[in-house]
Design a protein around this ligand. Structure first.
Ligand code: F6R
Length: 608
């Protein structure tokens, strides 16, 4: 987590790095800071809170520096206070650094330096980097940097300045992303190319173990042994997505409303209905590889894992392919068995999730073929996998994932349909599913039109502090996702269960103060779900049902019903998820929460 940004050139550095930091704020927003060198001394400003607080603090200072580094933090080691905010320094304050990642052996290194009478000011793991560089420095900055890097275990992207080298920024990366933007006599560094895309689209990406120096005349990059590296300059395609809330109160609400369009974007030139085929040629899929696929392994975290979970039902049902879905942070520490003919699919909106990237590295080391399902073409995940399928959701600014989730599920559905048709599906079956999936954008429009009804439900129920979300089959992973939405933006405790599991323990929690959200969109298991809801009702638990219009009997059981348009079980997770995103949104709004940037979260989880 955390975002780092830097500028070296001829312009005033402060407005450029503040602007860059604002773009990176999705990576954390606990505190922010900036450092540079003026009159032979390091200068810095830092403050808790968002980048705007820092911007206000330094607006009055009229800083004229042309070189600066900056940081926006998501706290890992050390609480959210000014001493733990970046930049960090060596004891003499001659070096200032900003860091993204975790230095795992920092306590051991710290103990060692403390024995040499070096004093530490913060509780962070990051301070050790500045202290080591300051300790080893004897006039040669690069040498001190490379020597320090050899001591560090863990993941890092680092940028720093030294008071004796006023127009330079030193950089290093291992396991955390760092991109360098190349302008005319000016250079940028950023955790994410979007940070500087408005200035330049010429980019180099640091590889693991590389380090170097940026100055306004150029850059030098070295490998970990100090050998000069030859770097390829890449031209990043600028996307035409506009980043604006339009007239919506929050990005999250705008992104929920984007969904008819973002789903439709995935459908363009996709269906050949008369042949019952889903065409994925433009995605560059290797058809022969797909033909040989007899098993699928899906890796992801959080919401992307929920999408993958739905995907596992889809692959088994539509293409009869045995599918295993794993949480990356667990999977990476197993000793995975990679079988021939297994297609590995790594799903990540950001493409920067550390655990998913590490799990992919592990599988690639074992010779697996990995495809990414991602929203970011230039992400680390896209660069380390064999092939990327883009979900084309457009930028997702709200920290809680909404339109990326639905597009992940839709893309997995398309892949499952394609694979199913290649393997066994008849033309008639395929045509049926194509007709069903094509309905989705319009069904989402119908849900959005009923926002007022969902708002009314949220008004009625927002004072409850505990919720159950129950579903069966496709509705179980959909309930996990819906409960996560409620937790992360409204801070209400929400537990999702496969409805049949309730009686094996959790039912003890049901009473009049614990409402159940019933996800009723799986026709195949509908009557079974009704029995489970009767068990809830018998214990006085309030029930709010989200049910398709053809659901018989639900009205007599539930306290409230939100009616959904009908669609086949396979694709029913899309409309119901949109309705429950809106429910979480209005619940959070009634409780006065910071919806776009909920507490303790970050959009891109770049630490394990
Ligand atoms: C929840 C949410 C997270 C992410 C998770 C993985 O709304 O956004 O749970 O889904 O951190 O992120 P990506 O998809 O970027 O790998």
């Amino acid at each position: 987590m955390c975002g780092i940004f830097g500028y070296v050139g001829e312009k005033k550095a402060v407005p450029i790095v503040i602007d860059g930091l604002k773009i990176l704020e999705y990576r954390g927003y606990d505190s922010a800071g900036i450092a540079g060198v003026e009159s032979g001394k390091t200068l810095f400003y830092k403050d808790i809170g968002k980048v705007d607080s820092l911007a206000k603090m330094i607006a009055r200072k009229q800083l004229k520096i042309n070189t600066a580094i900056a940081h926006t933090r998501w706290a890992t080691h050390g609480g959210v206070d000014t001493k733990n905010a970046h930049p960090h320094f060596d004891m003499k304050q001659s070096v200032a650094i900003v860091h993204n990642g975790i230095i795992e052996n920092h306590l051991k290194l710290k103990a060692h330096l403390e024995r040499e009478n070096i004093e530490f000011l913060s509780e962070t793991d990051s301070e050790i980097i500045a202290q080591l560089i300051g300790h080893y420095y004897n006039g040669d900055l690069l040498k001190a940097l490379l020597k320090s890097l050899l001591k560090l275990d863990g993941a890092f992207a680092i940028a720093g300045v030294h008071q004796n080298h006023p127009d330079q920024i030193f950089i290093a990366a291992k396991g955390s992303p760092l991109a360098i933007g190349i302008g005319d006599n000016e250079y940028f560094l950023s955790s994410d190319v979007n940070g500087f895309l408005k200035h330049t689209n010429k980019v180099i990406f640091l590889k693991d173990g590389e380090a170097g120096i940026l100055h306004k005349e150029g850059f030098e990059i070295y490998d970990c042994k100090g050998k000069r590296a030859v770097k390829q300059i890449e031209q990043i395609k600028s996307n035409n997505y506009e980043i604006s809330k339009l007239n919506f109160e929050h990005f999250t609400l705008k992104e929920i409303h984007d969904q008819p369009e973002s789903i439709s974007r995935l459908f363009v030139s996709r269906f050949e209905e008369e042949f019952g085929s889903v065409c994925l040629k433009d995605m560059g899929i290797d058809e022969s590889e797909l033909l040989e696929t007899s098993r699928i392994l899906i890796l992801a975290c959080g919401t992307s894992w929920h999408a993958g979970f739905i995907g596992s039902y889809l692959f088994e049902s539509l293409s009869r392919t045995p599918t295993q879905v794993e949480i990356s942070s667990e999977f990476r520490y197993k000793n995975p068995i990679v079988l021939k003919d297994t297609l590995v699919i790594a799903i990540s909106q950001s493409g920067e999730t550390a655990d998913t990237i590490a799990a992919v590295h592990e599988l690639k080391a074992k010779g697996a073929k990995v495809i990414a399902i991602c929203n970011r073409e230039e992400s680390t995940l896209s660069r380390i996998t064999d092939h990327t399928l883009l979900i084309k959701a457009g930028p997702e600014i709200g920290v809680c994932s909404t339109k990326a989730f639905t597009n992940q599920v839709v893309l997995l559905s398309l892949l499952a349909l394609h694979l199913g048709r290649m393997h066994h599906q008849s033309k008639e079956e395929a045509v049926y599913f194509i007709r069903e999936i094509k309905k989705l954008p319009q069904l989402v429009v119908e849900i959005l039109k009923q926002s007022k009804h969902i708002e009314t439900l949220a008004k009625k129920y927002n004072h409850f502090n505990n919720f159950f979300y129950l579903g069966r089959s496709y509705m179980y992973p959909a309930s996990l996702e819906a409960a996560l939405k409620l937790k992360e933006i409204s801070y209400i405790n929400a537990q999702a269960y496969p409805a049949g599991e309730l009686k094996h323990g959790p039912i003890a929690l049901i009473d009049k103060d614990c409402p159940t959200i019933a996800l009723c969109s799986n026709q195949h298991t509908y009557t079974k779900l009704l029995s489970n809801l009767m068990e809830v009702k018998a214990r006085n638990g309030p029930i709010i049902a989200f049910a398709p219009r053809n659901s018989a009997g639900i009205e007599s059981i539930a306290d409230d019903v939100f009616w959904l348009p009908e669609v086949c079980d396979e694709f029913a997770s899309i409309p119901i998820s949109v309705s429950l995103q809106l429910f979480a949104y209005y619940m959070a709004k009634f409780r006065g929460c910071d919806i776009d940037q909920p507490r303790n979260l970050a959009k891109s989880v770049t630490v394990e």
